[in-house]
Design a protein around this ligand. Structure first.
Ligand code: NAD
Length: 427
């Protein structure tokens, strides 16, 4: 029997939604048990993950709808506390779906590890000496992690840079480029770097100081593109052309002004972080990479690009570093991450990166579309009102009615919500 009675996903109860996920993916209840309130991370596992554990921290996990990526429907889990993000991503994905959805992917999985070499008489000569020994050094790094080759990865290159204008004088930086395949790669690279420190000291006569990966993973870029037809963009009194042009004008502001770009890119990361978090990945690494990449030209710019197609459609593109893993780190330990990866049907890290990029692009469009037309507050209002109603202590059966009243009164304040509740509850 169809428990969901053809209700839309957002109209369903939580058990109905879980039922729908199983029907749509063919997954079994145990595959999705990581989404159950008691099926997530155990206290025991948490205690093994970090220090001084006293409990667990929860966040809402929602499923974004309508994502059609590389010809496949993807149900996207998003862990986030902010209202409107999941709804906005789902809505924008629906607009994209009408024109074939998103194309997305990643170009490579190469991460960069850095060694800082100090106390050199001539850093340029040391750089040349390191390059002469490149093959031997790469073989040493590979021998330290023979398993990586089995998965198709391994050290790929060694590059040198001399930093001339530093407060401590000139020094050498050696970059080890490693294809980390499906791992996030931080531990992998850091341990390889440790093993290169002594050989590099012997070769150069210098002192290896720092040995650590770079979070500016600009050889591990995820991208997504989508087309939005004018007919899909039109709504209310706004024509498709007006919405498209308003979006391009809003994007141009972000691309030219760091004050606007910071907020613009924050909106992009609302979507990306929520997916990264649902997969128990290192969202700080993704954030660091994204913002450093946005500033790569010397000016902090938009992570997205919006333009007008020849036929007048709106075209969106996003590209940013995406250091994710589907093996290692917390991904295997966290049952919610396992359920998230199964729900998305992700088999490679490149697929996951492409999905996260597509969500970032959709999220950016949601914000730009609202800002360029009726303003962001209108869309936020009813969800914000629900949050205020809950904070004021409304019972589950009172939340919708109270939120509606606050919106109608255009007075979405905690004090007003408490006043109404006191009246209703006869206090
Ligand atoms: P990890 O140490 O668990 O290494 C991944 C392991 O998976 C390797 O042993 C590898 O051999 C194995 N593996 C199995 N199948 C694989 C496949 N298909 N492709 C590649 N490897 C495969 O994890 P990691 O990814 O090296 O490190 C990730 C962790 O490091 C994250 O938890 C992150 O938070 C943390 N970290 C981050 C930073 C930073 O971003 N600056 C610094 C230090 C640590």
């Amino acid at each position: 029997m169809d428990l969901t009675m053809n209700k839309k996903f957002y109209q369903q109860s939580i058990p109905e939604r879980l039922e729908t996920l199983k029907e749509r993916t063919g997954l079994k209840p145990e595959d999705l048990k990581g989404f159950n309130p008691n099926g997530g991370l155990s206290l025991e596992s948490a205690n093994g993950m970090i220090e001084n554990v006293v409990g667990l921290y929860s966040l809402p996990l929602g499923i974004a709808q309508n994502f059609f990526i590389n010809g496949r429907e993807v149900l996207v889990p998003m862990a986030i506390e902010e209202p409107s993000v999941v709804a906005s991503a789902s809505f924008m994905a629906k607009l994209a779906k009408a024109s074939g959805g998103f194309e997305a992917g990643m170009r490579s999985q190469e991460m960069i590890g850095q060694l800082q070499v100090l106390d050199l008489a001539d850093p340029h000569q040391a750089a040349a000496q390191v390059l002469e020994e490149k093959e031997a050094l790469l073989a040493k790094a590979a021998a330290f992690h023979p398993n990586l080759a089995k998965y198709g990865g391994g050290p790929r290159n060694l590059e040198v840079r001399v930093i001339e204008d530093s407060p401590i004088g000139a020094f050498l930086v050696v970059h080890l480029i490693v294809d980390v395949q499906d791992a996030m790669g931080a531990n992998l690279i850091n341990s390889m770097l440790e093993h290169l420190a002594s050989p590099i000291e012997e070769i150069t006569g210098g002192r290896v100081h720092l040995r650590i990966l770079s979070n500016l993973s600009d050889r591990r870029l995820a991208w997504a593109r989508a087309r939005f037809a004018l007919a899909e963009l039109a709504f209310g009194d706004y024509s498709g052309e007006e919405v498209r042009d308003g979006i391009i004008e809003a994007w141009a502001f972000a691309d030219c002004d760091p004050y606007r770009a910071a907020t613009h890119n924050k909106g992009v990361m609302n979507g990306i972080d929520a997916v990264v978090l649902a997969c128990a990945n290192d969202w700080r690494a993704v954030e660091a990479g994204a913002h450093a990449y946005a500033a790569r030209s010397g000016r902090y710019r938009s992570l997205t690009q919006w333009s007008k197609a020849e036929n007048g459609d709106l075209l969106g593109f996003i590209e940013l570093p995406m250091a994710l893993g589907i093996v290692g780190g917390a991904t295997k330990l966290h049952p919610t991450a396992q359920a998230s990866l199964k729900l998305m049907g992700v088999k490679t890290v490149a697929e996951l990166g492409g999905i996260a990029a597509a969500v970032g692009l959709a999220q950016n469009l949601g914000a730009l579309r609202a800002l360029a037309t009726e303003g962001i507050q209108r869309g936020h209002m009813s969800l914000h009102a629900r949050q205020i109603a809950l904070t004021a202590g409304a019972k589950p059966e009172q939340v919708d009615r109270l939120a509606k009243m606050l919106v109608e009164e255009k007075n979405i304040k905690l004090t007003r919500a408490q006043e109404i509740l006191a009246q209703w509850n006869g206090k």
